[in-house]
Design a protein around this ligand. Structure first.
Ligand code: ADP
Ligand code: ADP
Ligand code: MG
Length: 453
């Protein structure tokens, strides 16, 4: 039985978890940094404990303090959210050894999928297509050049420990390769404390299409359909939707099955995501698995009617999934826009500060997941995402129209946000036609005068 959960995160996802717990009758403990006293998740949780200074290294990344808070407050489980310690195998292990349930997969699954090169090998053995690339990490520059030539340029150099869109460099020939290889290694070492890199063919103009997985501790693995996250800036997602306007029902079936095989290969348990890139011909390739709840999980919730956070908690409590693959039905269309405190007209420079007036849109088919409110001060220490706007409709056209309407109602005064950019994208014929690939946003920005957003 889980009666009380510690939420080892902040922002909108912490609030999302508080809400799910409330509905399940589970008590919540918020842990927070000195910069987050004002945050809504701290106000709305049943209990709250301050765990340190504003920098995440002094608070949200401090496993020791979080586990101490869990012991003091006598919680049964810890929900890690996304980012921070959510994909840290050691933290999952520490929780288990203190007899606190980690709401996520077992640490050995996190380890397999947390090393992107090991992940590739693991799923390849389970007959899941991977992008042509190096078998394992690169040993030396000379070995790397040989592999790059064999694969054929352009290639992408990726950190085995990468995440959050960082640690990736593209090379077009031997000369740029040597340069990018050294930059990639140094960046990986600095950002992830692990300089190990691997190489993949750089697939031109692909779609990013990922599958949501739910797996229980009794061996049942299901997929909850796809999310198309092709609208990206610097490999970071900005807009996500489900279903993908690109997939045929045959391709969806084949990718869904491959996603389930990939999760099974890691003996996966709980919610997770298998990410693929898909080329223009419909060839699909595994790129990585995220072993946690994802930012964009609400679009799946809207089209399936399944509450993913509640499922995560039930799975962690040892319950069996009470559905089979055939029971999962997809209805309508959902789209999510990430609302970031950034100025899109000035190269997306972060725009922290105090929000004056705040008014969130509502009405039929509109959902806002956000922890901010009028008078809230956005700290400068964390990710710039301050909320997610989700619109649902019977079909893609209705969902897009509703999203535009909701964006037009959304008032966030005092800071710059990505709202005007989202409105411009939602008015763009290429996006409306469902033709956006991962190359889309850069092309859109290059032809759109910044004063339009
Ligand atoms: P999603 O795949 O759910 O869309 P993102 O890739 O946007 O998630 O990452 C979610 C959050 O986690 C972001 O704040 C991102 O910066 C952070 N993040 C994800 N992976 C890592 C990592 N390996 N190291 C540091 N931060 C990460
Ligand atoms: P992260 O762990 O940072 O999320 P991913 O491996 O998921 O990194 O890649 C992030 C994004 O980078 C993808 O969504 C895609 O847009 C791009 N990308 C990654 N690998 C490739 C590739 N081999 N070819 C083309 N684009 C890629
Ligand atoms: Mg990814």
């Amino acid at each position: 039985m889980i009666q009380k959960i510690l939420i080892a995160n902040r922002g909108e996802i912490a609030l999302r978890i508080v809400r799910a717990c409330r509905e399940l009758g589970i008590k919540t403990l918020a842990v927070y940094s000195e910069a987050d006293v004002q945050s809504l998740h701290v106000q709305l949780a049943d209990e709250a404990i301050c765990i340190g200074g504003p920098k995440s290294e002094d608070s949200y990344m401090r496993a020791d303090r979080i586990i101490s808070a869990a012991e003091i407050a006598d919680v049964d489980a810890i929900h890690p959210g996304y980012g921070f310690l959510s994909e840290n195998a050691k933290f999952a292990e520490q929780c288990e050894s203190c007899n606190i349930k980690f709401i996520g997969p077992k640490s050995h699954s996190i380890k397999i999928m947390g090393d992107k090169s090991v992940a590739r090998e693991t799923v390849r053995k389970a007959n899941v297509p991977t992008v042509p690339g190096s078998d394992g990490p690169i040993e030396s520059e000379a070995a790397a050049v040989k592999i790059a030539r064999k694969i054929g340029y352009p290639i992408i150099i990726k950190a085995v420990a990468g995440g959050g869109g960082r640690g990736m460099r593209i090379a077009h020939n031997d000369v740029s390769f040597a340069k990018e290889y050294h930059i990639a290694r140094a960046e990986a070492e600095k950002t992830f404390g692990n300089g190990s890199v691997y190489i993949e063919k750089f697939v031109q103009n692909p779609r990013h299409i990922e599958f949501q997985i739910l797996a229980d501790s009794h061996g049942k693995v299901l997929h909850l359909g796809e999310r198309d996250c092709s609208v990206q800036r610097r490999h970071q997602k900005l807009i996500e939707e489900s279903p993908s306007p690109f997939l045929t029902s045959d391709l969806r079936k084949r990718m869904g099955k491959a996603a389930v095989r990939a999760a099974e290969a890691a003996e996966y348990e709980n919610a997770g995501t298998i990410e693929f890139i898909v080329d223009a011909k419909g060839e699909f390739y595994f790129i990585e698995m995220n072993t946690r709840i994802q930012v964009e999980h609400p679009v799946t919730e809207e089209v399936t009617g399944i509450d993913l956070i509640k499922e995560q908690i039930r799975i962690a409590a040892g319950e069996k999934l009470n559905m089979d693959q055939k029971d999962i039905e997809f209805r309508g269309h959902a789209i999510e826009c990430r609302i970031n405190a950034e100025d899109p007209a000035r190269n997306f420079i972060p725009s922290p500060g105090t929000i004056g007036l705040y008014y969130a849109p509502g009405g039929h088919g509109v959902r806002v997941d956000s922890h901010v409110y009028s008078g809230y001060t956005i700290p400068s220490y964390y990710d710039s995402m301050i909320g997610k706007l989700i619109a649902y409709g019977d079909n893609r056209k209705t969902a897009l129209e509703r999203m535009y309407r909701a964006l037009s109602e959304y008032l966030i005064r005092g800071i710059k946000t990505t709202i005007p950019l989202h409105k411009a994208i939602l008015s763009d014929p290429i996006f409306i036609a469902g033709k956006a690939t991962t190359a889309y946003l850069e092309e859109f920005l290059s032809r759109t005068p910044p004063d339009l957003f």
